[in-house]
Write a protein that binds this ligand. Structure first.
Ligand code: SDX
Length: 393
């Protein structure tokens, strides 16, 4: 019809990936890391133990876990030269842009990490460095954006306590991290740790398949996660709830707007490519929201609005027919607000949680000696034609 033909290139579909890391059952809302249900890990494990499980495949014996944790604690400092990079960013720089570039810049301080083939000990050290330094980089990007002095990591603190201390402590006074907040953050990081072949994990696998360094692959994953349809949704959810709270939009009007095909507005935090049932992570986060806000004595109107919005949407056939349920991003922002984490840092928090999953996906791809990723296409362009001189166009 249009003079175009579609050429079926007929190559084997490399679209799907074999992986032993995370199991999702979208119809039944099941999520397991290396076979362990997310509900049990959220309740009984810690983020660094889950990171070890995802990356190395097994729950570590105590000595192994203690070594892993102490190695990470020891590597939280970044090269002093890297502090200068922060001077170059505008104060309004989005912290995801800072994070992506700083992680890529890390590789320049460890040139041995750029080799095509790494010794297992070099891989382990790179993994430790990334997990340790991402929270320092993230916290310092926040401090720099506010013109506040940076706080160095403290080896006496746990992973989440250290992050919160670097985020909120000032050199002028004692700052004690609230254990309720540190524990809630640990749970949130566990819930974000991996999610099989999501957009950013697939980006990490694809970038890593060229044998670019793990730093480069993770930096690519950060960029993919930044998108508002992916990790950026948690920030958008809060903006949406604030709009309702400021009475700019009623809940019903927001729901109607999301159904209106003439606009590309979507109910952020709703829907999922795989889950056609409740996202099990959203269920847990909603429950942790209730518990933590209650323990902290916080009455956040946005939580009530979120619950009402969920109720209205899930009683509307448009959402029910399309199986659009709250996803991981719908309630997570309420918890980050309770922790005083600013909205612009929400997607960075997602990246902190997802890092071990990205590393696990990259390591599996490299351990399996997978070939460079090279998706094929169905050609839909013009058939052969001859060049036309400019005066005849
Ligand atoms: C994450 O892949 C992962 O695992 C991602 C993640 C992870 O842990 O890595 O789980 C993290 O990214 C969670 C998703 C966060 N994004 C959002 O909350 C943004 C809002 N959600 C949507 O944009 C959407 O639901 C997606 C992107 C999440 C999924 O989109 P799909 O599966 O491609 O669904 P679709 O775009 O084909 O929509 C199917 C229908 C369409 O309507 P019809 O054409 O059938 O009439 O549902 C509608 C869509 O318009 N729809 C929505 C909607 N999501 C889908 N309508 C209103 N609001 C929404 N949120």
């Amino acid at each position: 019809k249009t003079g175009y033909i579609t050429l079926d290139t007929g190559f084997k579909n490399t679209g799907s990936t074999n992986s032993a890391i995370t199991y999702l059952d979208g119809e039944n809302g099941v999520l397991r890391y290396r076979g362990y249900p997310i509900e049990q890990l959220a309740e009984q494990s810690t983020f660094l133990e889950v990171a070890y499980l995802l990356i190395y495949g097994e729950l570590p014996p105590k000595q192994e876990l203690d070594n892993f944790v102490s190695e990470i604690t020891r590597h939280t400092l970044i090269h002093e030269e890297m502090k200068k990079f922060y001077e170059g960013y505008p104060s309004k720089a989005h912290p995801m842009g800072v994070l992506a570039s700083m992680i890529s810049a890390l590789s320049t301080f460890y040139p041995e990490s750029q080799k095509s083939e790494l010794h297992p000990a070099e891989v382990e050290l790179t993994i430790i460095r990334l997990i340790a330094k991402i929270s320092t980089i993230a916290a310092w990007s926040y401090k720099k954006s506010k013109g506040f002095p940076i706080m160095y990591p403290q080896n006496r603190l746990s992973y989440t306590e250290n992050f919160l201390h670097m985020m909120f402590a000032q050199p002028t006074e004692e700052f004690n991290v609230n254990p309720v907040i540190a524990n809630a953050l640990d749970t949130l990081l566990i819930l974000h740790a991996d999610h099989e072949q999501n957009c950013s994990a697939s980006t990490v696998r694809m970038a890593g398949s060229s044998h670019a360094s793990l730093y480069a692959a993770i930096s690519a994953g950060v960029c993919a996660l930044w998108g508002p349809l992916h990790g950026g949704a948690n920030q958008q959810v809060i903006e949406m709830l604030k709009q309702i709270h400021q009475a700019d939009e009623s809940i019903q009007k927001m729901v109607e707007k999301a159904k209106d095909k003439s606009s590309d507005f979507r109910l952020m935090g709703f829907g999922h490519r795989v889950y056609k049932n409740f996202d099990p992570r959203a269920k847990i986060i909603k429950q942790v929201c209730d518990e933590v806000l209650d323990e902290l004595g916080i009455d956040d109107p946005l939580l009530d609005i979120a619950k009402s919005l969920e109720e209205v949407a899930l009683s509307d056939s448009y959402f029910v027919d399309r199986k659009l349920y709250p996803n991981v991003d719908f309630y997570s922002g309420i918890l980050y607000r309770a922790m005083n984490i600013p909205t612009e840092m929400f997607t960075v928090m997602f990246a902190l949680g997802r890092l071990p999953g990205w590393i696990a996906q990259w390591k599996e791809m490299r351990d399996n000696k997978e070939p460079i990723s090279r998706p094929r296409q169905i050609y839909t362009g013009p058939t052969e034609r001859n060049y036309v001189d400019i005066e005849n166009r």
